[in-house]
Design a protein around this ligand. Structure first.
Ligand code: SF4
Length: 165
């Protein structure tokens, strides 16, 4: 996996204390992006899923980690590897929050390996690009008003987009 970094304990990337994986590489290039250093797909560093899992297991044993957050960069460009990570995290009892610059509707038609599987193992999807004109610092877990916090489990069950916020 091409990685921008890991924040082992965060309270701003989803509900509760979370282990956050920032992947490297983003094609969206949103104006006002807070992480432009994650755009270059050749930047960051290589890490195996096994290496990230080792760090996650250690953290989960020692701390009150509630979930795994996949952020970036664009997680859905490295979906196959992140599916493996998310599945193992779920076995540890963690929930999975995934951030993306794509909308859910775009992802549902995106023909890239692992995209459907990553959607299937994600509990909460924060979707859409950051739009500077719609920036709102009062929003929880997202930067602009167009971005949605989607309950994917309920969305799958009910066949329509169910928002958490
Ligand atoms: S999708 Fe996220 S990481 Fe990518 S450019 Fe937009 S704000 Fe930055």
């Amino acid at each position: 996996m091409r990685m921008a970094g890991i924040v082992p304990e965060s309270v701003v990337d989803g509900p509760g204390v979370r282990f956050v994986v920032f992947v490297q590489g983003c094609p969206h290039h949103c104006t006002g992006c807070h992480n432009p250093e994650t755009w270059d797909p050749q930047g960051g560093k290589e890490m195996t899923v096994k290496e990230v899992l080792k760090m996650l297991r250690k953290k989960v044993k020692l701390h009150h980690i509630k979930g795994l957050t996949l952020s970036g960069g664009e997680p859905f460009l490295q979906a196959e590897e992140l599916v493996q990570l998310a599945k193992e995290a779920r076995k540890m009892g963690l929930d999975v929050v995934t951030y993306t610059g794509y909308t859910l509707e775009q992802l549902q038609t995106l023909d890239l390996p692992g995209v459907k599987e990553l959607l299937a193992v994600t509990d909460v999807l924060v979707d859409g690009p950051f739009i500077q004109e719609l920036r709102d610092i009062s929003l929880a877990f997202r930067g602009s008003k167009n971005q949605r916090v989607i309950n994917l489990a309920a969305t799958r069950e009910q066949g329509q987009v169910i928002l958490i916020a």
